[in-house]
Design a protein around this ligand. Structure first.
Ligand SMILES: [Zn+2]
Length: 403
C-alpha cells in the first residue's frame, strides 16, 4: 500500500488542504485509491494552527510502475501551485505503516519537526518553506482509523469563479439535511448555519455525520448554489481523541483534558459576556472559561454552584481551561433566601435589622427571627452541556454522540 500524507498547505486567509488533496487524487488516475481519503484533525491547541488543524492521508494500491520520488514530484507540482505562500507544506509518502503513537502525539501534544524525523527517515518526504506540515502529514498517515472512533465529512467545493464570494446555501435546505440519519453539526439551536464556512476558501459546505450514505444523499438537497465537485472524507472529527483523562495536579499548558473537580467559586462574568468559575481538586485550582461565542452554553455555566462535583472537557491555555463541555456528577444543595417575613401582629412586611439579627416591624416594632433558607432544585440536569456547533471544535464529540 502507498500511504500519502499532506499538511499545512493553507493559511488563516484561505486555501484548503482538502481541496488540494482532491486535485492530488485526480492527478494520479493510474493509481487506485483504497477507501476514503482521510481528514485527520490534530491538536487544536498548537500555536501555529490554521483554523481546523486538519491534515490529509490517502491510501493507494501498491504499484511498482511508479517510484516514490516520481510520485512526490507530481504531488509537489500541485502543492507548489496551490498552497498559500505563508503556509509550510509537508508531503510524506510511505509504503509502510507509521506507528499509531505518532498520531496520538499529534492529536494530544505539541510536536516539533525534530521529534517526528526519526519516524519518517525511511519514508520519502519533502517539506517546503520550513516544512512544518511534515508533522501533520506523518501523524495523518499514522492514524489507525480501523481501531478508532470515526465519522465522515462530505466536503463540497465551489467553481473557481465563485471563490471569495458569499455562499448561497438556504436555511431550508440545511434544515432538510440536518434531519438525515446520523447527521450532526449543521446548524445551531438558534438557527445559525454552522456547516457553511465564511473564509474565502473553495469549500462550499461540509456535511458531517456517522452514516456516509446519508451524507451522499444530502448532496442533492443542499442549494441553491451547487457544488462543482464533492469528496467524502473519513475523519476523526467528533471523536474526543484530543482529550487526555487526567487530574488537575498533572495538567500543563497546550493540552486538552477531561478531568473531574468541584466548583470552587460562584460563576461570574466580565465585560464582553465571558463566564468564569474556579474548579478545585486536591487543593489545586484552575479557572474555567466559557467565552462569548459559546452563546447559551454560558447560561448553563451560570447555573453551577460552589460545591457541584463536575467533569469538564477543554483546552489549557495560559493557565485557563477553555470549556468544551461539562457534566454535573453530583449537585451541591441549592438554597434561596426567602422573602422578608410578615409581621405576626399587623401583617406588614418586616425589615432586616442586620446580618443574622433577624427582622423588625417598622410599625409595631415586633421582632421576628430569621426564617431558614429554602432548598431549591438545581436548574441543570446530569447530562452533558456544550456550546452550539458553530463554536465547537472539530474534534469535540457532540453531546448527541456521547454514550
Ligand atoms: Zn407589626
Amino acid at each position: 500500500m502507498i500511504r500519502i500524507g499532506i499538511d499545512d498547505t493553507d493559511s488563516l486567509e484561505g486555501g484548503c488542504t482538502t481541496y488540494l488533496s482532491s486535485k492530488v487524487i485526480e492527478e494520479l488516475p493510474e493509481l487506485s485509491l483504497i477507501g476514503e481519503p482521510r481528514l485527520v484533525r490534530l491538536n487544536p491547541n498548537v500555536p501555529w494552527k490554521t483554523r481546523g488543524n486538519g491534515a490529509i492521508a490517502l491510501s493507494f494500491k501498491s504499484d511498482s510502475s511508479i517510484t516514490d520520488e516520481e510520485l512526490l514530484n507530481r504531488i509537489l507540482t500541485i502543492v507548489k501551485s496551490d498552497s498559500h505562500p505563508s503556509s509550510q507544506p509537508g508531503v510524506v509518502i510511505s509504503r509502510k505503516k507509521l506507528p499509531t503513537e505518532l498520531y496520538w502525539k499529534g492529536v494530544r501534544s505539541i510536536l516539533s519537526k525534530d521529534k517526528i524525523m526519526p519516524f519518517i527517515e525511511k519514508t520519502t518526504f519533502k517539506g517546503l518553506r520550513g516544512g512544518r506540515g511534515l508533522i501533520g502529514a506523518a501523524c495523518a498517515i499514522a492514524w489507525d482509523f480501523k481501531k478508532s472512533d470515526t465519522t465522515y465529512e462530505l466536503l463540497a467545493y465551489r467553481k473557481k469563479n465563485k471563490w471569495g464570494t458569499s455562499r448561497n446555501i438556504s436555511k431550508d435546505t440545511v434544515n432538510t439535511v440536518s434531519r438525515l440519519d446520523g447527521v450532526f453539526s449543521c446548524m445551531d439551536d438558534d438557527g445559525k448555519i454552522s456547516m457553511v464556512p465564511h473564509s474565502p476558501c473553495p469549500v462550499l459546505w461540509g456535511l458531517r455525520g456517522t452514516n456516509s450514505d446519508s451524507l451522499l444523499n444530502g448532496l442533492k438537497y443542499l442549494g441553491p448554489e451547487k457544488a462543482e465537485k464533492s469528496l467524502l472524507f473519513l475523519t476523526n472529527q467528533g471523536s474526543d481523541d484530543h482529550l487526555q483523562e487526567t487530574s488537575l495536579s498533572e495538567i500543563e499548558d497546550g493540552i486538552c483534558v477531561k478531568l473531574r473537580g468541584k466548583v470552587y467559586s460562584t460563576p461570574y462574568s466580565i465585560q464582553g459576556g465571558h463566564r468564569f468559575f474556579d474548579l478545585i481538586d486536591n487543593n489545586k485550582t484552575i479557572t474555567c472559561a466559557a467565552y462569548e461565542p459559546s452563546g447559551d452554553f454560558r447560561i448553563k455555566v451560570d447555573k453551577l454552584v460552589q460545591g457541584d462535583d463536575i467533569v469538564v472537557c477543554g483546552s489549557l491555555s495560559q493557565g485557563t481551561l477553555n470549556l468544551e463541555k461539562f457534566r454535573v456528577l453530583r449537585f451541591e444543595n441549592r438554597y434561596v433566601k426567602p422573602p422578608n417575613p410578615l409581621c405576626t401582629k399587623c401583617q406588614a412586611r418586616t425589615h432586616s435589622v442586620g446580618k443574622d439579627a433577624g427582622y423588625k416591624c417598622r410599625i409595631c416594632s415586633t421582632k421576628i427571627s430569621k426564617p431558614p433558607y429554602k432548598s431549591v432544585l438545581p436548574e441543570l440536569d446530569t447530562c452533558w452541556y456544550e456550546p452550539p456547533s458553530s463554536a465547537r471544535r472539530h474534534l469535540s464529540k457532540p453531546v448527541a454522540l456521547m454514550d
